[in-house]
Unconditional design. Sequence first.
Length: 271
Amino acid sequence: MPASQPRSRARDRNNVLNRAEFLSLNQPLKGTQESRSSSRKQSGQAGAAGAQNSNPKERRQSQQLPEEDCMQLNPSFKGIAFNSLLAIDICMSKRLGVCANRASSWGGARSMINLLGITGHGIPWIAGTLICLVKSSTLAGQEVLMNLLLALLLDIMIVAGLQKLAKRKGPYDINPGLLDYLTMDTYAFPAGHASRAAMLSKFFLNHLVLAIPLRILLVLWALCVGFSRVMIGRHHITDVLSGFVFGYLQFRLVELIWMSSNTCQMLISIW
């Protein structure tokens, strides 16, 4: 019997199925489990001792770190794609801001680009529409002008509301002008000049009889007004593109709520 026990132990050791590397990963060996638990306890004790010995100012600073300073682990694909597109938009907008200041590559043309941007401002268009409305003597002209005035007022209110919600700054630190403050066009997204130019060009193309060259010039004017805002550094490229989209949507909204001739005559009589 004593000789048979060592032989059975030797067979158990030589059996590959009984070796540690073939055991289940969910059931680790007792020795390794005990060693891991002891090492965790030692590391926990060492960490607690180090935390007690550390400076309390450093602990307060580590607790008050903003979320921007924390590294995000395993970001989503949508987040990576959005941040990449945002970085490309900012980089391209800065490169196209050739008239952002006098020291820029096209700094000498800044005044001319600003003048082009004024042609798409809301205040001159509202003032011109009111003057034409006073001098108009036909019912059809008054109807078109009243709806144009409604479209301009809606454009200012919608763009101002969206800009207040987004609060996006432009690519360059440029202060808005006096006319921008009057129309509450103080932020970058969406571009108010681009939305207004797109809405006006679509409005005139639908409600005025224009020759083909004038129709082409009208579309080119809207595009130039929009991208002139990128050249002077007030808006990003995506701000201008979104402004074009919002301008078209505003035109569709005005078409849905179009005021009839009787309604326009009643409003004019009240005024």
